[in-house]
Design a protein around this ligand. Structure first.
Ligand SMILES: Cc1cc2nc3c(=O)[nH]c(=O)nc-3n(C[C@H](O)[C@H](O)[C@H](O)COP(=O)(O)OP(=O)(O)OC[C@H]3O[C@@H](n4cnc5c(N)ncnc54)[C@H](O)[C@@H]3O)c2cc1C
Length: 411
């Protein structure tokens, strides 16, 4: 590969992926102009605390200190929204009319929460959660008192439910599918978490969808469900997933299908444009098709690979996709991707509130592990997934057999 370190790189999106690729480019010897454009007013910050610690100042955690950007000659422009990409003259256009030319462009615009269809214009206290400003709005609304209804039993919704319960707020989770986390977790993990939340006072309604929001003027007073019952509340958190913004990729005529289509290093259908993080749909090692992975480790890995590709360097090995979530005192860590044909092997840690669900394919190889307060299972599972090893499922289910012996015997 030919090193290519002095080109002008423009990054759109100052979140996890965007700021990682900027830092990695500099770390790896990029000397050219580096501009990062972000539409938020804050310096790039950690998003996971927004749903885990949204009730205090800990929510504001910058990814890097303010001086990092100047010290590394990264021209960070906050409160600047990119509105168009002109591929003909390789230029990005900002909302205020500024034009920035690029040799290489990196799209790292993340995704935007889906709104609840039919939410009346101007209804207060109906919030989604993606930004610090959203977390502040949620916190303020809860601070005014009243119950919380959460539409969508995904990770963000369940994390917020746990924090709200710890503040003694009455919480109802309304999930359309027949279990929470239906799209992303095994039935075993869904059941375990549902029980855990219910035991701590959360009402979890599954198989129920929202008919409409009930409001008194601008104030929301409840959520009416499809069976006519009304869940009374003063705040509604809508957590029904997030989708990338299509407008910029469409302006550049990039190949797009539920995300910008990229290769594993973030290359798009335009040779001058990369896309990384939540906005991209890409191949994942050992899995068919393309995936949009919405997690910090995935954004970081994609940023690393893109930085290497931009500089003409060899990328690191692939990392097994992983993700984490905190709910009450439970520390969840999930590695790999689930497949419909996998059998779930449950491994409990005796004497502790810890369990792991291993997803084992018919051939005996582990494709995913969901570890609940079980860090050794997480690291062992990740290793087994990475090596493609076949395991003895009887041994895996038996907590008296040590994990290291299972790994040693894996074929
Ligand atoms: C509440 C919450 C909790 C989470 N918890 C976890 C967790 O525990 N573990 C985990 O692994 N992952 C978690 N995630 C997911 C993780 O935060 C995302 O996968 C990650 O942030 C993706 O990085 P990104 O850079 O692609 O997008 P983002 O971090 O969202 O950054 C994109 C940035 O681009 C900006 N932008 C968009 N369009 C434009 C434009 N046209 N011009 C300029 N700027 C633009 C956006 O405003 C945003 O600042 C969580 C996400 C949320 C919302």
């Amino acid at each position: 590969m030919t090193p290519n370190t002095d080109q002008s790189v423009v990054i759109i999106g100052a979140g996890h992926a965007g700021s990682s690729v900027a830092a990695l480019l500099r770390q790896s010897g990029h000397t050219g102009h580096l501009t990062m454009v972000g539409d938020e007013q804050h310096l790039p910050y950690h998003r996971p605390p927004l749903s885990k610690k949204f009730d205090g100042p800990t929510v504001q955690q910058p990814l890097r200190p303010a001086e990092f950007y100047a010290d590394n000659r990264i021209d960070l422009r906050t409160q600047s929204r990119a509105v168009a990409i002109r591929t003909a003259d390789t230029t990005v256009v900002l909302a205020d009319g500024t034009e920035i030319a690029y040799d290489t462009l990196v799209l790292a615009t993340g995704s935007t929460p889906r709104p609840l269809p039919g939410t009346p214009e101007g209804t207060s206290s109906v919030v989604t959660l993606r930004t610090i400003d959203d977390a502040d709005a949620l916190n303020q609304s809860l601070g005014r008192g009243g119950d919380l209804a959460i539409v969508g039993g995904g990770y963000v919704g369940m994390e917020v439910a746990a924090v709200a319960r710890s503040r003694d707020i009455r919480v109802t989770v309304i999930e359309r599918e027949d279990r929470i986390l239906a799209r992303v977790a095994s039935p075993e993990l869904s059941t375990m978490l549902t029980d855990y939340h219910r035991e701590r006072g959360t009402t979890v309604l599954t198989g129920r969808s929202v008919a409409r929001l009930v409001a008194d003027g601008a104030d929301v007073t409840g959520v009416e469900l499809d069976d006519g019952t009304v869940v009374g509340c003063r705040t509604v958190l809508v957590g029904i997933g997030a989708a990338p913004d299509e407008q910029l990729p469409r302006s550049a005529e990039l190949e797009y299908d539920d995300g910008v289509i990229t290769d594993e290093d973030g290359r798009t259908s335009d040779p001058h444009i990369f896309a990384i993080g939540d906005v991209a749909r890409r191949p994942v090692k050992n899995h068919h098709g393309l995936r949009r992975l919405e997690s910090i480790p995935a954004a970081t890995e994609h940023a690393k690979r893109a930085a290497a590709a931009i500089l003409g360097q060899e990328p690191d090995d692939h990392e097994v996709p992983w993700f984490w979530s905190d709910q009450f005192d439970l520390k969840l860590k999930i590695a790999g991707l689930t497949t419909p044909d996998a059998r779930i092997i449950t491994r409990r840690t005796p004497g502790k509130n810890a369990v792991a669900f291993y997803h084992v394919q018919p051939a005996g190889n582990v494709v995913a592990v969901e570890a609940v307060s079980a860090p050794s299972d997480f690291s062992t599972g990740k290793k087994l997934i990475s090596n493609g090893s076949r395991v003895d499922v009887e041994a895996l289910a038996d907590p008296t057999i040590k994990l290291r012996d299972i790994v040693a015997q894996a074929g």
